[in-house]
Design a protein around this ligand. Sequence first.
Ligand code: AMP
Length: 540
Amino acid sequence: MLGLMQDYPLLTHTILDHAALNHGEREMVTRGVEGPVRRTSLADIRTRSLKVAKALELEGVKLGDRIGTMAWNTERHVETWFGIMGNGAIYHTLNPRLFAEQLGYIVNHAEDKIIFVDLTFVPILEALRDKFPTVRKYVVLTDAEHMPDTALPNAVAYEDWIGAVDDDFEWKSFDENTAAGLCYTSGTTGNPKGVLYSHRSNVLHGLMVNQPDVFGLKSEDVIMAVVPMFHANAWALTFAVPAAGAKMVMPGAGMDGASIYELLDSEKVNSTAAVPTVWLGLMQYLEETGKKLPYLEKVVVGGAACPPMMIRKFELDYGVEVIHGWGMTEMSPLGTTGKMKNATSHLDQEARLKLKEKQGRTPYLVEMKVVDDAGDELPRDGQSSGHLLVKGPCISKGYFRLDEKTLTDDGWFDTGDIANIDPLGYMQITDRDKDVIKSGGEWISSIDIENTAVGCEGVAEAAVIGLPHPKWTERPLLIVVRNPGSEVDAETVLAYLDGKIAKWWMPNDVVFVDEIPHTATGKIQKMDLREQFRDFEFSN
Ligand code: AMP
């Protein structure tokens, strides 16, 4: 027997309708790519999204068409997403940090029809324009005054383009499982793979993120979405913030410490989210200027392991709660957050800070487990490390136009991460499965060593890779980038690690380099490092 509840498809435009009706006056503040800060409201965002949908309709865009966006976090980018989805088309975020060949591949693989592009990225697309046969128009996210003289074919300024239509448009209606967004992962090998979000998964994920033990947003909040919309769905903020009716602050192209600080301060931001490198920039700025963070209450740090030193600085020096988060593009992207819970209330400050180093526990709508190589589930004892598998309504079950089995027979997705889960449900990532270091039959966590090493004065960045060793199979090599002006040496770094990590984890050698290679999403390219140090010989 079916229940007698209304058929109300979970379509993303319902979030915007709700926001405009109930929180229409709430501001969205953007540092414009052109320079000045712009202010708009949730009601205006809805009106302008309707215009985007109507203008797309006039361009002949149809249900299921892919529309590219290569843009910073701005109100215009938000409008394009809602306009595209409200017309039944699919936003396809283009990460400007991808290599040219990868960009060429994904635009053609997705067959994008139109691309919305920020001023900053026009040159990237100009260089590739001849390789994009499916793209028939470029909408530059600016006004007539700032419109560049561009070689992009059929280029038009966004404000002119939506200025030519009114907002008399009815959102399209369709099944809630209809595709809404497309984001390609930039793996370290092979071509990028397209993760295809649906309206339902975007809505559910937005609601999931608003649970109190996740981001817990409410209408009084002022949240700065630093995590880019072009990487992993901006951690759902584009949906979660309007759903809550909170004020949204968008940094545009200003991702440096000073620019981020200026908006945090002037807009009285109380919550924010980004990867650790952004926060390193902010911390450096705070240290140089002696400024504090009087309004900021919580910061979500994810996308890469949050170094313990960052947790301590935020919590102890600036009084800001750190919420360590983990997830991946395939998970919409959020998987876990490390909020404290009732069972941790007895912990003293030191133990709480230590627990925050773990990637955290799952909210409702994510299931996870760790399994051994044979696929058998490992105990939640905080020790047994294995392959981390996940399940849920916002987790992908396949890649766009790729005929490849991506789930286990019983429906779990292998994240490629190696982790353990403790009895309270807190998960800790120890490595990527491709990067584990096997020494004497045991696994050494490269992430743990890296995280500890960056706490040593003079160390800007650290990477640990496993290299062959005649006795132990593999041993860790620590690769360090020094802070400018620092002369920190191997002995000092090893002495710093001593006592902070297990004795048998101690790197056999430390080498110093000018730069560590990264992927387009800021991850360390360990494959490249292993190649670079292939012939390295340990001194012991
Ligand atoms: P992406 O799909 O680009 O967001 O990358 C997802 C991967 O980033 C995960 O599978 C992890 O390996 C890594 N990652 C994300 N968040 C964290 C975190 N908090 N700690 C350690 N690794 C993380």
